[in-house]
Ligand binder design. Structure first.
Ligand code: HEM
Length: 413
């Protein structure tokens, strides 16, 4: 539903002077009040400079076209200084191919891309389907449970374990490392310093180094570790680069799909007419999946750093400036997407969204993510499962991963 300026509460983004509006505040993502901030920026200042924030000064891009222009111009807007609004201290910096430009980026990306190539996806479909069935069959009936924990995390973590050929019984370590990697250390939290974060991620590196050492001495296989161990582009990576690429692949494959699985269920419950459309016409499932991914926008932003002076949306960006592309806002840009604030599973041009980014870093795993979501919804519909949301979702306090820690649901027997 479209909100008007006068609908905004007195304490929210509509009344703060534009010059002090900082859309990176994580509490707005946690309490789901971020939308009015972005609506205002799109309307009043689509390329907005925030002078002071916990992350230093940064530009916010909030309109679809400006985001695409920057995302597709990797020469002028580089990912080499990081892809999130946080500046990681130099001593904790890890390299990975999302932070590289040509030609090294393409060499490393091409090394791992067969894992999500069409041939492998065809093979994975039946595995995903049998896992989805097992997970759905094992869910409680008539008792409330947390969908995030029992379905979203379980399904994506099982998939990730398969991609890495990671010991299945230890697969929840992948979820843990992913959560640690995306969190910024905060006083009073489990991860309260960069050193603590580093210590946990070193355990991740040690574990994967053992797997690497086993695989480098065996015939190449189709798993992410073996692909990297046997490719000239990645065989000689330093440990910190190996860790960086592991984090990229773990986070890429984990948080994003997980939060789309949860978001999908939540949206179908908020928009029962859309669920009815899907139940009556299951052929809409692929279109519904794209709409879920747009509406959720599991990665709220990607950051670039200006490599040269340039003009974006009429504003002068200087070399070295931090530029944040808010996909979550561009996906609600009414100039491009009609009725963008509503969840409409059969909308025109449903695949036209920013959730996977654009340009040379466009998401590598997008077809796998769509496949997992499609199979999940086919199986929910096929089994006639009525999953009711029975409480408010708990959202993550992050301006990067846009997602949930809990969604209480109940399935009628
Ligand atoms: C890159 C989103 C699923 C692996 C990205 C980017 C976004 C994104 C926004 C950066 C694009 C840019 O900078 O232009 C998503 C969403 C997903 C998803 C919304 C699910 C709904 C996955 C999965 C995997 C994966 C399942 C792994 C199997 C990657 C990798 C990159 C990437 C490796 C870096 C690509 C590069 O630098 O060339 N993803 N992703 N993603 N994603 Fe995904």
């Amino acid at each position: 539903m479209k909100r008007r300026l006068e609908d905004c509460r007195a304490d929210d983004a509509c009344v703060i002077p534009l010059s002090s509006l900082d859309v990176s505040e994580t509490k707005r993502f946690q309490n789901d009040s971020i939308w009015s901030c972005f609506e205002r920026l799109r309307r009043e200042d689509p390329v907005h400079y925030c002078r002071e924030s916990p992350y230093g000064p940064y530009w916010s891009l909030t309109k679809y076209r400006d985001i695409v222009a920057v995302d597709t111009n990797h020469k002028a807007f580089s990912s080499e200084q990081g892809v999130t609004i946080v500046d990681v201290p130099v001593e904790h910096w890890t390299q990975s191919f999302i932070k590289m430009g040509p030609p090294q980026h393409a060499e490393q990306r091409n090394t791992v891309s067969p894992i999500v190539g069409p041939e492998n996806l065809t093979k994975l479909e039946s595995l995903i389907r049998s896992r989805v069935r097992a997970i759905l069959d094992g869910l409680p009936r008539n008792d409330a449970f947390n969908w995030v924990e029992m379905v979203s995390i379980e399904l994506t973590t099982q998939m990730l374990a398969t991609l890495f050929d990671f010991p299945f019984e230890d697969r929840r370590l992948l979820t843990y490392w992913s959560d640690v990697a995306v969190g910024t250390p905060k006083a009073g939290h489990e991860i309260d310093s960069w050193d603590k974060r580093n210590a946990i991620l070193s355990e991740c590196l040690d574990y994967f180094t053992r797997l690497w050492n086993e695989r480098i001495n065996t015939e190449p296989r189709l798993d992410l570790i073996s692909l990297m161990a046997h490719s000239p582009a990645t065989r000689h990576m330093k440990p910190s680069e190996f860790l960086g690429n592991l984090i990229l692949l773990i986070v890429g494959g984990n948080d994003t799909t997980r939060n789309s699985i949860t978001g999908g269920l939540l949206f179908m419950s908020q928009y029962p007419s859309e669920l009815r459309k899907l139940t009556q016409n299951p052929k809409l499932v692929s279109s519904a999946v794209s709409e879920i991914i747009r509406y959720q926008t599991p990665i709220a932003h990607m950051r670039r750093t200006a490599a040269t002076d340039s003009i974006v949306g009429g504003k002068q960006i200087r070399k070295g400036d931090k530029v944040v592309m808010w996909y979550i806002s561009g996906n609600r840009d009414e100039e491009i997407i009609e009725n963008a604030n509503s969840f409409v599973i059969d909308r025109k041009n449903v695949r036209q969204h920013l959730s996977f980014g654009f340009g040379i870093h466009r998401c590598l795993g997008r077809h796998l993510a769509e496949l997992q979501l499609r199979v999940l919804w086919e199986e929910i519909l096929g089994a006639g499962l009525e999953v009711k949301v029975v409480g408010e979702p708990e959202r993550i306090a992050s301006n990067f991963v846009h997602g949930y820690s809990a969604l209480p649901v109940r399935i009628a027997a």
